[in-house]
Design a protein around this ligand. Structure first.
Ligand SMILES: Nc1ncnc2c1ncn2[C@@H]1O[C@H](COP(=O)(O)OP(=O)(O)OP(=O)(O)O)[C@@H](O)[C@H]1O
Ligand SMILES: CC(=O)N[C@H]1[C@@H]2OC[C@@H](O2)[C@@H](O)[C@@H]1O[C@H](C)C(=O)O
Length: 367
């Protein structure tokens, strides 16, 4: 088993999560400590300003420097990690066109922290014809396998729903022998999650988020807006499929004229209904949906999901997992898989034509 540090800065642009995990790249030995470093207002403004930018753009260089510096600062607090998984900051994602862009040079990070760094997890999958996302699904299989072994879950198919800036859903069969095995996973991005809620409240109120979902809970969702939105072709398209943070930028226009509370409630309903629409792609009903990511702290979201999904919905903590750190752990686990040459994605997760071992390894200079 290797002790790896996974680091993730997601599409909600709130900061960097870091978590230790001990693994052979297949099974989870143990979970370790974790930490979060919030982006400062200035860092966050630079990253927001670079959204949609591709390598070569001046705004990318500044965002990449912030990404490396903030990850290096966090990594210094985890000297026990022998390997680092560095996702980088997604600035743009267009797998059918320009590709996918995670800012931050892993080779520079390896030099700064003096340890090997696995990074650029998504490009090879896109190069081979995959979506390049989502990548956490193989780790969801490992989490389910771990939780069944701990007696925390029955050995029956279930779903993991990650609610970050964007939502992504994975159907997992924990009895499968490997995540790349036939029938082990089926995954895709569901639709917008926290990003449009944060953006709405930043614009209208200068807030970073709707704390606990209190504002949305005080509003009324406009079901005509939700129904209109769900007619977007993305929701009729079968998986594999993935989204950029701002794939649905037009959604904000449909909220004009609504009170802040009604607009927030409508975005919550859009999130929940897009997850419900995604359930149709699974071979059978999962036993339950376990929710990870920051969206599970929003009570309006959890209530809306419970109301529209056809099975019980709980935070992943119900299975003994840490919903704030699951993605960071995923990139530690994926880093070990890359080092061992194991696949990190495949036809059932990103639609790549065959299992792909993505990611590059950068070594620190010796001597
Ligand atoms: N207490 C809370 N109340 C309401 N919303 C919350 C709370 N805590 C977190 N969130 C929401 O969750 C977001 C952060 O979620 P998370 O850290 O899972 O996203 P991410 O990792 O950046 O994104 P992604 O999974 O898309 O890469 C916040 O920006 C906020 O919108
Ligand atoms: C391109 C990119 O960074 N996508 C993110 C984003 O945030 C959620 C969703 O969209 C998912 O596809 C992915 O992140 C998680 C960690 C994943 O790859 O599984």
């Amino acid at each position: 088993m290797i002790r790896a540090l996974g680091m993730m800065s997601g599409t909600s642009l709130d900061g960097v999560d870091a978590a230790l995990i001990e693994t052979d790249g297949i099974r989870i030995g143990s979970f370790g400590r974790s930490a979060f470093r919030a982006y400062s207002d200035n860092e966050s403004a630079v990253l927001h300003g670079a959204l949609g930018c591709w390598p070569g753009d001046k705004r990318t260089a500044e965002a990449a420097a912030i990404s490396v510096a903030s990850h290096a600062a966090l990594a210094q607090d985890f000297p026990e990690a022998g390997l680092i998984g560095f996702h980088g900051q997604t600035l743009a994602h267009d797998p059918g066109g320009w590709g996918t862009h995670q800012a931050g040079d892993g080779a520079a990070l390896a030099r700064q922290v003096g340890r090997p760094v696995v990074w650029d997890f998504r490009s090879e999958d896109v190069r081979q014809g995959g979506e390049g996302a989502p990548l956490a699904p193989f780790f969801h299989w490992a989490c389910a396998e771990w939780a069944v072994g701990q007696g925390r879950l029955p050995a029956r198919p279930l779903c993991f729903l990650n609610l970050g800036g964007v939502g992504n859903l994975t159907w997992v069969d924990p009895t499968a022998t490997a995540p790349e095995a036939d029938g082990a996973c089926l995954a895709f991005d569901t639709g917008p999650a926290n990003a449009p809620i944060n953006d709405l409240l930043r614009q209208r109120r200068g807030w970073t988020r709707d704390e606990g979902g209190a504002l949305a809970l005080s509003g009324q969702a406009r079901h005509n807006v939700v129904a209109d939105f769900l007619r977007h072709p993305y929701f009729q398209r079968p998986p594999p499929k993935s989204l950029d943070r701002d794939s649905f930028a037009g959604l904000a226009d449909q909220l004009r004229g609504l009170s802040d509370a009604d607009a927030a409630a409508t975005l919550v309903a859009v999130l929940a209904e897009s997850v419900a629409a995604g359930m149709r792609w699974f071979p059978r009903l999962p036993e339950q949906v376990l929710v990870c990511g920051g969206g599970r702290h929003n009570r309006a979201i959890m209530a809306a999901l419970s109301a529209v999904l056809p099975c019980p919905v709980q935070p992943v903590e119900a299975a003994g997992l840490d919903g704030d750190m699951l993605e960071a752990q995923a990139f530690g686990w994926l880093a070990v898989r890359v080092q061992r040459g194991l696949p990190t994605s495949g036809p059932s997760t990103t639609g790549a034509p065959r299992p792909v071992c993505g990611g590059r390894i950068s070594w620190p200079r010796i001597g």
